[in-house]
Every structure is written in C-alpha cells, then in structure tokens.
Design a protein around this ligand. Structure first.
Ligand code: NAP
Ligand code: ZN
Length: 360
C-alpha cells in the first residue's frame, strides 16, 4: 500500500493530551492534539511509558538539518495497552500490551521495505515530526496519553519484562542491536562502546549477551562501576591518552553512541585491520575524519539508523530471553523539562522513562 492512497481517506478524529514544545527555546508544556480514529489496519494504544531519547532533545531544540515543526510532541520509545483495533487487524486485540518505536509507516513496496528495512524506506514516516498523511500537519509522538498506529509498526512485548524498562528498547535497544548483528558481534570479538548514555548502556548489555569482550569508553569517571555492572569487561576513560594508546589496532568493532562533537579519529586508530566503527550518535555538526585513520589498516567507518520492524521484534524477543531491559529513572511528565536539562549534561542513569499515567 502506498502512502498516497491514505491521503484520500476521510477519517474521524479525537483529541489526545500530550506534552509539546512550542519552539526551539520553550520548555515542554501540556497540549491537546488530534489523533485519527483507528482505521481497519490501525491499533489504538493507551500509552503507559515513554522513554526520553537524546533525539527528542535534538529535535525539540531543532539541532538537526531537518527543521522541527512546532508544536512538537516528541517520544518514540512507547509501550502501552491496546484499547481498540481495526477490523483487519489479526495480530493484536484490545487489552494486549504492545510497543511502538521510531517509525509509524513506510510505503511497503520499495526495495528497502521488501527487505524488511523500513528504516531506509524513502517514504518512511517517523513517529513524530514527519508529515501526517491522515490528518495533515506532522505526526505527534509518545509524550501523550494515546497513539494510533498501523498494525505493521506495532510490536509484541515479552511478558516477563518490566514495562518501564522495555520502553527504551524501542529506540536505544534496536539502534544498538541492529548494527551489532550486521557487523557480526559474537563471542570472541573485541567490541568498544563509546558513550555510556541511553544507547551506550543498551549496547553494553546486548554486546555482553552476544558473548563479546566489551570495553566502554566514557568521559565520566563516575560511571566506571556501573559500566562493569552492566556487562563491560573493561572501562577506559577516553580523555586518558595513555589508556587509549594501549588498545591501538586491537578492536574488531566500535559502536559510537555519543550525542555531541568529539574526535572520532582517536577511536578509528583503535580498530584492527578490517575493523569497523559504526556511528549511531548523531551530533548536529559534522565529524572530521583523517584519511590515514582508515587507510592504514583498511578500516571502515559506517552509520546505522534504528532497525527494521522484523529485527525490532527479534531484538525484543532476544531481550525477553536474556532478561534485558533498560536501567530507568521513572519520572512523571511534570519532570520532563528537568530531565531534558540533566540529559543535556550526560546526567542520567541510564534512561528516563516517563510514567504516562501521570498525564491524566
Ligand atoms: P545520551 O543518553 O545523552 O548519551 C550520550 C552519551 O554521550 C553521554 O551519556 C556521554 O557518555 C556521551 N557524551 C555526551 N557529551 C559528550 C561530549 N561532549 N564528548 C564526549 N562524549 C559525550 O544520548 P542517547 O539517547 O544515548 O543518544 C545518543 C545519540 O544517538 C544522540 O545523538 C541521538 O540522537 C542518537 N540516536 C541515533 C539513533 C540512530 O538511529 N542512529 C537512534 C537514537 C538516537 P559518557 O558520560 O559515558 O561520556
Ligand atoms: Zn531515539
């Protein structure tokens, strides 16, 4: 089904409460926005928890090249209870616990969608700040009491996991799982994780569960004990050049999850021959890459965007089997601005998860 087919549909709508930023400088504040009534392929979810991703902060502050449309309701780490399903939905029923991540639609028939890589579809619709073909304007994310999403983009949640800690899996979990699977992180591989934030701490847990030897690079010496508890085998304070030099030419794979500008050459030099470093952190300003950091050992530098829907389900099932959730600080929605302030200073252990029932 193509996205343009949707635009001709006539839909009813209802009002949902949320928290939005009115411009790039304003704090988030209560708002009500329209949501479509569920169509035949839609699932309506009462949101229970929504994680706070640094991408929410980048978007609210309009730090990326795609301009933010205001008001902006962020949130793409959503877990909740299904309240209604359309007549063609077979995978879910009212009362089920379900989750939604960074995408809510794609064209379904391009090469990327056919390969199960909806995140690379040229017509992919993000959960927030993407054109909304149903109601006009832009999509509104998970800092809200409810959301309506096409069934293909709704995920099943393993029943053994704590829901506040599941929410962050929908972005931080899949964004770290996908590149580690792509670059064959397995037992015996030496894997680096740069930046122990929301994404970084999920990368540590997942790499450890995949059997890798995991080394965390952090700028925060006070996170060392936590890094080891989360599954790291070693911790390097990245501002210590002597510690860094000892590991030159030794890593198979490094995942860079840093949200701000930093020197990536000092990590590229740590890769062995044919080693790869993948960027998932997305600072607003470009990195400088020294050609020799790559040339000398045929190293490669790549990027990775979240993960496809099938792989997201695979990740959730993997986390269910291995009892993995995010380490969360659960907050009421009234504390979201305080949480943003702390997130901007790398001061969160290790993900904020908003209890959305606090919105009522
Ligand atoms: P986060 O929780 O704020 O973590 C970022 C970590 O980066 C911090 O905890 C800190 O770790 C490190 N850091 C921060 N400022 C730094 C600086 N100036 N120099 C060096 N290190 C610094 O953020 P997040 O939610 O994990 O997101 C991380 C990045 O990934 C963001 O840019 C986000 O937009 C992006 N992202 C990308 C995708 C994708 O699909 N590729 C998906 C989601 C998010 P230490 O204290 O350990 O140094
Ligand atoms: Zn995210």
């Amino acid at each position: 089904m193509t996205t343009t087919q949707f635009s001709s549909e006539v839909r009813g709508q209802y009002r949902a409460k949320g928290y939005a930023a009115a411009n790039a400088e304003s704090p988030l504040a209560p708002i009500t926005v329209p949501r479509r009534d569920p169509g035949e392929h839609d699932v309506q979810i009462e949101i229970l928890f929504c994680g706070i991703c640094h991408s929410d902060l980048h978007t609210v502050r309009s730090e990326w090249s795609v301009p933010t449309v205001y008001p902006c309701i962020p949130g793409h780490e959503i877990v909740g209870r299904i309240t209604k399903v359309g007549s063609a939905v077979t995978k879910f029923k009212p009362g089920d616990i379900a989750a939604v991540g960074c995408m809510v639609d794609s064209d379904g028939d391009c090469e990327e969608c056919q390969a199960g890589l909806e995140q690379y579809c040229p017509h992919m619709t993000l959960t927030y700040n993407s054109p909304d073909v149903h109601l006009g304007g832009v999509t509104y994310g998970g800092y809200s009491e409810s959301i309506v999403v096409k069934d293909h983009f709704v995920l099943r949640v393993p029943s053994n996991l704590n829901l506040a800690g599941v929410a962050p899996l929908l972005c931080a979990g899949i964004t770290t799982y996908s590149p580690m699977r792509h670059w064959s992180v397995t037992k015996g591989k030496k894997v680096g994780v740069v930046g122990l934030g929301g994404l970084g701490h999920m990368a540590v847990k997942i790499a450890h569960a995949l059997g890798a030897h995991v080394i965390v690079f952090t700028t925060s010496p006070n996170k060392k004990t936590d890094a080891l508890r989360l599954g790291a085998d070693e911790v390097i304070i990245s501002r210590n050049t002597d510690q860094m030099r000892k590991h030159e030419g030794s890593f198979d794979f490094i995942l860079d999850a840093v949200s701000a500008e930093h020197d990536i050459n000092s990590y590229l030099r740590l890769l062995r021959r044919d080693g790869n470093m993948t960027l998932i952190g997305a600072p607003g300003k470009p990195h400088a890459v020294a050609a020799f950091s790559l040339i000398l050992k045929r190293r490669s530098l790549s990027g990775s965007n979240i993960g496809g829907i099938a792989e997201t389900q695979e990740m959730l099932d993997f986390c269910g089997k291995n009892n993995i959730t995010a380490d969360v600080e659960v907050i009421p929605i009234e504390k979201v601005n305080e949480a943003y302030e702390r997130l901007s200073h790398a001061d969160v252990k290790y993900r904020f998860s908003i209890d959305m029932t606090s919105l009522k």
